[in-house]
Ligand binder design. Structure first.
Ligand code: SF4
Length: 381
């Protein structure tokens, strides 16, 4: 089986005000103990699998995985190589919060085998970073980028957010220009989404979160495409841009419905051995996760065996995220025309509406459809 590997690190220095990821403040968290659990889980999973795994990618996400020192990250990479045949040219990504990095740490990650960094810049404005509850300053983010280059990283992505409180279109254009000036290999640009249960959600309900309006948000989305493509980046997924050849290989496997194994508290996994697929996730609570692993059991939850209908729907709404298009030929070969009937009828309707474009056996979102992609994906559910 070929499968990407995902490692979840569920701690951060403090919780950002908009965040609903599975992360908790580090205070009191036992980083070394958590990594021991990760290593043990890899051992347990390796022993439980009836087949050999080859891993083309390894992704450290969180949380803030850069709170793990290089030595711990190196141990996880070594374990992945030992148990899951991490390929020699594997993409090994570490999500890093600029407030946690030093030149020594960055050199250590590089030496340990990390070859791609994803830096959470989010904004080039101090005021907005504070508003978001980020732990780092603009200066720290810029220094981290510079130090990462000096440490030898030639594949760096930055994350930026728009539609932030009181942010204007011209401020967002300026942020994009600053991001492009750094010349990262990859840019992820997301609109802020107000998630239930976060402090931002409470502010929003109290009318105390002055977000840009829908029209302004749409203009920001359009500006993102315009400035980044003018800057030489390929718009390859709804929110992701990259220099040619620098797409995220790991994330690409999610959109192609390829297998991935997740390790750590709350990590999701997907095994697609039969074209349908089995999904599960680990217990989210780090304490529950640790105790279960210590007892020799992987705490799998929410196990889901996908039906043919679900697998076909997913193939469309995940595959169409990739803007170069979804090739229908392999889907027809795998599932047969009858199983795809409803989705093919929807494709034909969307083509007539000018939202999808067909090229040979592929179909892709029309440029005007990218901004309303979610409403299009919902038609394949
Ligand atoms: S650093 Fe990332 S994961 Fe951690 S609280 Fe902030 S947004 Fe959430």
């Amino acid at each position: 089986m070929r499968a990407g590997l995902y490692i979840h690190f569920p701690f951060c220095l403090k919780k950002c005000l908009y965040c609903d990821f599975n992360s908790a403040p580090l205070a009191g968290g036992d980083v070394d103990g958590y990594v021991e659990s990760l290593l043990r889980e890899m051992e347990l999973r390796g022993a439980a699998l009836a087949e050999e795994v080859t891993a083309p990618t390894l992704y450290f996400g969180g949380g803030t995985p850069s709170l793990m020192g290089p030595e711990l990250v190196g141990r996880v990479i070594d374990e992945a190589a030992k148990r899951f045949h991490l390929e020699a040219d594997a993409e090994v990504t570490l999500e890093a919060n600029p407030g946690t990095l030093t030149p020594q740490r960055l050199s250590g990650y590089r030496a340990a085998g990390v070859n791609r960094l994803s830096l959470g810049f989010q904004s080039f404005e101090e005021r907005l970073l504070q508003r978001l509850g980020r732990v780092h300053t603009v200066r720290e983010a810029l220094d981290a980028f510079d130090q990462a280059r000096r440490a030898g990283f030639d594949n760096i992505g930055i994350d930026l957010m728009h539609s932030l409180p009181e942010q204007t279109l011209s401020q967002w254009r300026e942020a994009l220009a600053q991001g492009i000036a750094l010349a990262p290999e990859h840019v992820s640009a997301y609109a802020l989404s107000v998630e239930e249960g976060t402090p931002f959600s409470r502010l929003y309900q109290d009318d105390a979160l002055p977000l840009p309006g829908e029209e302004e948000g749409a203009l920001m989305f359009e500006a993102t495409h315009e400035l980044l493509t003018d800057g030489g980046y390929l718009h390859y997924e709804i929110s992701n841009f990259a220099r040619p050849g620098r797409f995220s290989r790991h994330n690409g496997s999610y959109w192609r419905r390829e297998s991935y194994l997740g390790f750590g508290a709350g990590a999701h996994s997907f095994r697609n051995a039969d074209g349908l697929g089995r999904r599960w996730k680990n217990a989210c609570d780090p304490g529950e996760y640790r105790d279960s692993i210590a007892a020799g059991a992987i705490p799998e939850q929410d196990v889901e065996l996908l039906t043919l209908e679900e697998a076909v729907s997913e193939s469309f709404f995940l595959g169409l995220r990739v803007l170069s298009g979804l090739d229908l030929a392999p889907l027809l070969a795998r599932y047969g025309k009858e199983a795809l009937e409803r989705q093919l009828a929807e494709v034909a309707r969307l083509e007539r509406e000018g939202m999808l474009v067909r090229e040979g056996s592929s179909v892709r979102l029309a440029p005007r459809a990218v901004i309303v992609a979610n409403s299009i994906f919902s038609r394949f559910l």
